[in-house]
Design a protein around this ligand. Structure first.
Ligand code: ATP
Ligand code: MG
Length: 148
């Protein structure tokens, strides 16, 4: 029996290439990095988040001191949201991304390669299968989520 968020051994997650990385022209390199890490791209969408959308997406952080800056950053330019699948996708994406603070991210991770600091860290990744399902539904309808 498959559990929510899984498709036949595969697990699903969501990434966002953040405005700093899009602005720097690193969209293609980050997508290549994810494909090299054997993530399947199920759906992809480039958009400029509104303030209300960014506030809703990061609502879990609304009491944190960095929330206003985070919303301003996430609305500072276009992002690319990507629905991804592979085995153990949530944990594997977090590994490939590296630590939240780009200056502490392990060598060769996406945040090490393309991030700048703790806020401008190039990429978002869902932190659990449950949040992955919520975040994927934020950006994509079921009819967008194509397999191979
Ligand atoms: P994300 O959710 O974007 O994948 P994360 O799970 O590694 O990142 P969170 O703690 O969920 O980190 O924080 C969400 C985002 O808020 C971070 O990616 C970063 O852009 C920003 N952020 C987190 N902590 C700080 C901080 N102390 N100062 C400034 N910005 C921060
Ligand atoms: Mg997070």
């Amino acid at each position: 029996m498959m559990s929510v968020g899984e498709t036949g051994g595969m697990e699903e997650t969501l990434t966002i290439i953040k405005p700093d990385a899009v602005r720097a022209g690193n969209t293609g390199r980050i997508i290549a990095h994810l494909e090299d890490a054997r993530f399947e791209i199920q759906a992809m969408r480039r958009m400029h988040l509104s303030r209300a959308q960014a506030e809703a997406f990061y609502a879990v952080h609304r009491e944190r001191p960095f929330y206003a800056d985070l919303v301003a950053f996430m609305t500072s330019g276009p992002v690319v949201a990507i629905a991804l699948a592979r085995e153990n996708a949530v944990a594997h994406l977090r590994d490939v991304m590296g630590a939240t603070d780009s200056t502490q991210a392990a060598e060769g991770t996406i945040r090490n390669l393309y991030g700048t600091n703790i806020q401008n860290n190039a990429i978002h990744g869902s932190d659990s299968p449950e949040n992955a399902a919520i975040e994927r539904a934020f950006f994509f309808a079921a009819c967008d989520l194509v397999g191979r």
